[in-house]
Design a protein around this ligand. Structure first.
Ligand SMILES: Cc1cc2nc3c(=O)[nH]c(=O)nc-3n(C[C@H](O)[C@H](O)[C@H](O)COP(=O)(O)OP(=O)(O)OC[C@H]3O[C@@H](n4cnc5c(N)ncnc54)[C@H](O)[C@@H]3O)c2cc1C
Length: 441
């Protein structure tokens, strides 16, 4: 069995690894000079940044399993902490470590800055979802699904969760897909909702180890090689490239599938890397903080790269703008103003009170607001597909011997690392089953 995998993102890597484990002969074509696709390391001067700041969660079981296969210990490259969505003023949700649903219950009861009405609106709605087995009609949006919740819960919890998981605003996002993500995160087992924040650049999570593992297992990796329909024929072909490229490659032979892939809409994600000027800056109180966001304050989260990746990135803040709009310059200016307004100024004005726990007295355990400097801005214009209600995603089977995998292919998840890795494993299982079926006939 000779398999060609077209695309060396996390889906293509996963497909190549699972095919090699079955003893198949695999050629992996990757158009760029490195593996990783949209989740890759980006060298900037002497810094190893990422193509975009990423968050993983404990429910990413297939991604964690793939790391272990590649001899990467997740504990060495991911900082695990119970779900914490705190804002710079200390308000928000922090779940304790514990089994679901008790961790959620305790976290909601203890949520800072929330009224009892806020807490009850959230718990009542989640209980309702649980009674419905986390299922809803296809046409429902996240905003409709969460309409019984108060404005504060929507703004501080649902909207940031929705835009970071689905890269689609709550009023336009699919309620059914959101519920699936919440189910796996909040209900699937102890640690499912934990945040896993990379303590290495993205290459160190999977792509670098994959390059070594695949070469050791005989996979022919062709970096800098764009697959073309005229390339060496194989018994089966897996398109693991993005939807628009898969649509282009299938346009002549499989026009119906191609149209479905082409019809997907995409939304941008921008990461603005900002350097704090103060050498004594000792970082945020949390490795990740949620930021109040709107059109003028576009970043939903800020990550402390120094705390996560160590000395080389001390004072470097990665600001994540999901579903981003506007020019690079506008976004940079707005994010800088947002950091000054939300992280630095309020704390300079407001003295800590005796009720404020020490860890929350200031979002920064350093000083200084002047001289914040944008180091690099990465705008991924087609970061993910827009995950709207009832969206028809193209299936894995394209036609005889032609298959597809990737974060956009029909599946339970939105465009995520876990969705990509899962589809890479599933496509190999499906090809194997089809071959097995044919052999029996
Ligand atoms: C900025 C940003 C932030 C994100 N944040 C998160 C997050 O926090 N958590 C999360 O879970 N997910 C996040 N995602 C989504 C996640 O990165 C993607 O879902 C995942 O990386 C998609 O992987 P993939 O393998 O399906 O596609 P890709 O990564 O796009 O891989 C496709 C590969 O195919 C190659 N290729 C294209 N054409 C050809 C050709 N003709 N021949 C050979 N090779 C070809 C490309 O070069 C590319 O390497 C984020 C994405 C972005 C862009």
């Amino acid at each position: 069995m000779h398999l060609s995998v077209v695309g060396g993102g996390w889906a293509g890597i996963s497909a190549a690894v699972h095919a090699a484990q079955r003893g198949w002969t695999v050629t992996l074509w990757e158009a760029s000079r490195q593996l990783g696709g949209r989740a890759r390391t980006l060298a900037h001067q002497d810094l190893r940044l990422d193509n975009g700041q990423h968050i993983l969660i404990g429910a990413y079981t297939e991604t964690l399993a793939l790391m272990r296969t590649l001899a990467v210990n997740p504990d060495n490259v991911l900082h695990r902490q119970p779900l914490t969505l705190l804002r710079p003023d200390g308000s928000g949700l922090r779940l304790p470590d514990g089994p679901p649903p008790w961790n959620l219950l305790v976290g909601v009861v203890r949520a800072r800055g929330w009224s009892w009405q806020d807490r009850w609106s959230l718990l009542r709605t989640v209980l309702q979802w649980q009674r419905q087995h986390f299922l809803c009609a296809d046409h429902v949006t996240v905003a409709e699904l969460c309409s019984p919740m108060t404005d504060r819960v929507m703004q501080q919890l649902i909207e940031p969760l929705c835009v970071s998981a689905l890269n689609t605003a709550a009023h336009a996002a699919s309620g059914a897909v959101f519920l699936r993500v919440l189910h796996d995160a909040l209900w699937s087992g102890h640690g499912g909702s934990d945040l896993l924040l990379p303590t290495a650049d993205l290459g160190g999570l999977i792509p670098d180890a994959a390059a070594t593992w695949l070469a050791q297992h005989g996979v022919d990796i062709r970096l800098g090689s764009r697959w073309l329909p005229s390339s060496v024929p194989s018994d089966a072909l897996v398109l693991a490239c993005p939807a628009w490229e898969a649509a282009r490659l299938t346009a002549d032979h499989h026009p119906a599938w191609s149209q479905q892939a082409k019809a997907l809409q995409h939304a941008a994600i921008t990461t603005v890397y900002v350097q704090h000027p103060d050498p004594d800056f000792v970082g945020l109180v949390q490795p990740m903080l949620a930021l109040p966001s709107d059109a003028q304050h576009p970043a939903q989260f800020v990550f402390d790269r120094g705390q996560l990746l160590g000395r080389a990135q001390w004072g470097l803040l990665a600001c994540m703008v999901s579903d981003s709009a506007g020019t690079r310059e506008e976004l940079e200016q707005r994010v800088l103003a947002q950091l000054r307004e939300q992280l630095f100024k309020p704390m300079a004005k407001r003295p800590p009170t005796h009720q404020t726990p020490p860890s929350m007295q200031s979002p920064l355990r350093g000083s200084g607001e002047l001289g914040l400097r944008v180091v690099q801005t990465v705008v991924e214009k087609r970061a993910t597909f827009v995950c709207t209600p009832g969206l028809q995603r193209p299936p894995m089977a394209i036609g005889p011997r032609w298959w597809a995998c990737g974060d956009y292919v029909a599946g339970p998840y939105p465009a995520t690392l876990e969705g990509a890795v899962r589809s890479g494993r599933e496509v190999i299982d499906q090809i194997a089953q089809t071959r097995e079926g044919k052999r029996r006939l």
